[in-house]
Ligand binder design. Structure first.
Ligand code: MBD
Ligand code: FE
Length: 311
């Protein structure tokens, strides 16, 4: 037998008290958000007849999630990061902004402070020999469609085991391996050599994986490369490209795949330099241009402040 007490006036009054709405102190915005959250949670407990055992299992899971530092990992897994992107897309549509490279989620594994390199850089330290050498390059365009000299392209990706430097459980990668801040040349051109990454999986046995498994889901991402791209007078773009042909390209636990972000890969069998870069034997080439958008009333209305690792 279930009981429903949510609509009782005492419960509604209690929610206001819990959220501090009966007091002048505190932050009105936080009060409004917490009131809404607690209202929805009380209602869910009442309507779904969530038992005390289920409730306390949830609390234990939240504690484990925090101890593992995985709030930023389950967030994309539950689609929240992608939902925030859809809202930014809708705001752009309402403002009549289009023609931009699609945005997609940042994820939790960016590290600020990567070495700055002008023009071309090599991202990998050469120690992961299991990856196909990769040459990726292209032009950063401004809102007027013209190349944007001096544009800043921050790039980061994982190795062939799916591990990112600074978050590598085996500790074998040096700082900023496969991470750089590239400065585009006078023609707005950026270029880097690295290796083609493999997909990422959430830590086995982790609270994030436990919840995903309970949902009948997995915690894997297709191979991808992350970017922040910025330039004078333009909004900073957060995006990724996927490695075409990865079997999970349309089955990403973090929901980051988008049309326009799966560039073709050109396979080279041998030696001749591409764009002046000597790659040696077989390698893959990705050509990908970025299109930025103008500031809105002089401001980057899509800039995201969040806690980030810095090294
Ligand atoms: C990643 O590499 C990533 O990009 C996201 C979104 C989540 C977990 C790991
Ligand atoms: Fe990633």
């Amino acid at each position: 037998m279930n009981v429903n007490i949510f609509d009782r006036p005492q419960v509604q009054e209690f929610l206001k008290t819990v959220s501090g709405l009966d007091k002048p102190e505190g932050d009105p915005r936080i009060k409004a958000i917490i009131h809404r959250f607690m209202t929805d949670l009380f209602k869910a407990i009442d309507e779904l007849d969530i038992t005390p055992d289920e409730y306390w299992a949830g609390i234990a899971w939240i504690n484990a999630l925090g101890t593992a530092g995985q709030a930023g990992l389950i967030s994309p897994g539950l689609g929240l990061d992608h939902f925030l992107d859809l809202r930014l897309d809708a705001k752009d549509a309402a403002l009549g902004i289009d023609g931009e490279t699609p945005r997609t989620i940042e994820g939790p594994l960016y590290v600020a402070g990567a070495p700055v390199v002008h023009g071309h850089a090599r991202l990998d330290d050469g120690r992961d020999t299991n990856g196909t050498p990769l040459l990726m390059h292209g032009t950063v365009h401004g809102a007027d469609g013209k190349p944007l000299p001096g544009a800043v392209v921050e790039v980061w990706h994982c190795d062939t085991r799916g591990f990112y430097s600074h978050f590598d459980p085996t500790g074998v990668q040096g700082p900023f391996n496969m991470r750089r801040t590239l400065i585009a040349d006078e023609a707005g051109h950026y270029s880097f050599r690295s290796i083609v990454p493999k997909g990422y999986g959430v830590p086995p046995g982790s609270p994030t994986e436990q919840l995903l498994f309970a949902l009948g889901r997995h915690g894997q991402r297709p191979a991808h490369i992350h970017f922040f791209v910025s330039g004078d007078g333009h909004r900073k773009l957060t995006t990724q490209i996927n490695i075409a042909g990865d079997p999970l390209v349309n089955d990403d636990f973090a929901f980051a795949t988008r049309n326009g972000l799966v560039p073709e890969i050109k396979q080279h069998t041998g030696g001749s330099p591409v764009n002046g870069v000597e790659m040696g034997e077989a390698f893959d080439e990705i050509l990908f241009d970025f299109h930025l958008t103008e500031l809105v009333n002089g401001e980057d209305n899509q800039a995201v402040q969040r806690a980030r690792v810095a090294a």
